[in-house]
Design a protein around this ligand. Structure first.
Ligand code: ADP
Ligand code: GLC
Length: 492
């Protein structure tokens, strides 16, 4: 099958969160199954053309954003030596320091224009490179217009007659919602399409709604989140999703175990594996030194690597930090984003310098050191479509402490003292259970090293590889192709 992924992020070229991991990894597994998979992303300034050996293709194309003609070039390289990636290069929209906004976490004022441009450019680029996709797989709000273009402005474009679209929700709280009267002409849709079952969403023009209304198939990144977003967690989209329930798939993300591997991790000085874990304590020592904590093997080290976003439950993390100061617990947080969260954490570091360490940049090497060096990983998200950090922690034998929501509920099983089963600690915030209690419970269990080692071994044997989700993805792609065929016949 010919599969085109269109996304705003993709590892190793550009990453803000888990979206990048998914788009940079899933295609490699689809390729192994024999599919011809290609990826289109923007050429952000931070993507190093020399490092990735980008080649410029001999086209200069244009698309219209409102009345303006915007020209672009296509650059290309191979991901892992066999998946073609195409970069849409346009100076005006992508040659800037940030990805979605400036350093303070405020989004760019023209994100609407940027992703209208990108979506249109992706549609033209795929024609220029003569790759006729069976499925265009669109990710998150930035690409939500593509399914809409294929069924409206490009409905009679023979190039796409056999092309189905899939729209994947990675996070329903970012929808790309804009004022309609200016957005509709900018994006080039007709007012005919501005209806409640199409582009319109509570009197706004909403990119995600466009994806949900027009895509042949919709998916999200865990079975539990697929259910949750049809209810109050749907952020207003619940009714749209209920209507399309039969077309909605919830498929759990995986991680790339060849990259997230403590036995072969270039960022770690000391390597270890599930069968030989002794160097994990060296990683802990290095982390304690780096954080200027007391080097104390008995201290319970808790790590957190996360975007600074209210989604991630930082209020609970800060509350917990305040309430566990009487215990031998050290907490290291790495993240970037929201300034209030950043400042709140820096304040806690200021008052508890021996027990709290806060790092406020995006730092890939340090993230690995935390995954490896911590005893436990704290992720009390208020909602979590899938979550990769808890799965990465499992791969490093670092025990997750999570709120029971979305993909966290699908991947982490609460430890039971009786059966010694479970790969982490789970509290249910919706039932009034508290994060701090889960942390203290984990701390108490940690005091018995034999029991703790059993949880570590349960963590190591949890497997969330992409191989596991492959069959479901292939089934979804086949369903999308069948739906499109049915739609085309109906249209004729
Ligand atoms: P989300 O996509 O909502 O941010 P996920 O758990 O799915 O959450 O994925 C987060 C990914 O981003 C993980 O790979 C995590 O290690 C990484 N990450 C988040 N913040 C940072 C940071 N400041 N430095 C390095 N990696 C980070
Ligand atoms: C989003 C979600 C996260 C998910 C990731 C990849 O950023 O917040 O839960 O793991 O996308 O699908």
């Amino acid at each position: 099958m010919n599969i085109l992924m269109v996304s705003s992020e993709c590892v190793p070229y550009v990453k803000v969160g888990g979206l990048a991991d998914v788009v940079g990894t899933l295609p490699k597994y689809l390729k192994k199954q024999g599919h011809d998979v290609r990826i289109i992303i923007p050429k952000y300034r931070s993507i190093d053309g020399v490092k990735y050996n980008l080649e410029t293709l001999p086209y200069r194309l244009t698309v219209k954003v409102g009345k303006e003609q915007e020209s672009f070039r296509i650059k290309t390289c191979l991901l892992d030596g066999n998946v073609p990636v195409y970069f849409i290069e346009n100076m005006r929209y992508f040659n800037r320091l940030g990805i979605y906004g400036d350093e303070s976490g405020i989004g760019y004022g023209d994100n609407r224009e940027r992703y209208i441009f990108f979506s249109k450019a992706a549609v033209e680029a795929v024609k220029a490179i003569m790759f006729r996709p069976d499925v265009i797989h669109c990710h998150d709000w930035h690409t939500g217009l593509i399914p809409a273009y294929l069924k409206t402005t490009h409905a009679n474009d023979g190039f796409f007659w056999n092309t189905s679209t899939i729209y994947t929700i990675h996070n329903i709280s970012y929808q790309g919602s804009f004022e309609a009267s200016t957005t509709l002409p900018l994006a080039g849709f007709s007012w005919e399409d501005y209806k409640s079952d199409k582009l319109e969403f509570y009197n706004t023009f909403n990119f995600m709604k466009a994806g949900l209304a027009y895509a042949d198939i919709i998916s999200t990144v865990s079975p539990t989140y697929a259910k949750e977003i049809q209810g109050p967690a749907g952020n207003g989209m619940e009714v749209v999703l209920q209507v399309r329930e039969k077309d909605l798939f919830g498929i759990l993300n995986g991680i790339d175990y060849s990259y997230w591997n403590p036995a072969d991790d270039k960022y770690l000085n000391a390597k270890y594996s599930s069968s030989d874990i002794k160097n994990k304590s060296l990683c802990k020592k290095h982390l304690q030194e780096k954080c200027r904590f007391a080097v104390d093997e008995k201290a319970f080290v808790i790590g957190c690597v996360s975007r600074f976003d209210s989604q991630k439950g930082f209020d609970l993390i800060m509350d917990t930090i305040n309430k566990v100061q009487h215990l031998n617990i050290q907490i290291v947080v790495l993240g970037s984003g929201d300034m209030n969260i950043r400042n709140g954490l820096l304040y806690l570091k200021h008052i508890y310098p021996e027990k709290v360490s806060v790092w406020t940049t995006y730092n890939e090497p340090l993230s690995h050191e935390i995954y490896a060096g911590a005893d436990a990983f704290l992720m009390p998200s208020k909602f979590e479509p899938c979550g990769l950090s808890q799965i990465i922690s499992l791969a490093y034998g670092t025990v997750p402490i999570v709120n029971k929501t979305g993909g966290l509920a699908d991947t982490i099983i609460n430890f039971s003292k009786d059966s010694l089963s479970g790969n982490g600690f789970v509290f249910d915030f919706s039932k009034g259970e508290q994060c701090v209690d889960a942390v203290i419970n984990a701390y108490n269990v940690y005091q018995n090293q034999t029991v703790w080692n059993k949880i570590i071994s349960n963590a190591f044997s949890s497997n969330y590889s992409w191989n596991k989700s492959m069959e479901q993805y292939e089934n979804m792609y086949n369903t999308a192709v069948q739906k499109r065929t049915a739609y085309t016949i109906y249209q004729i």
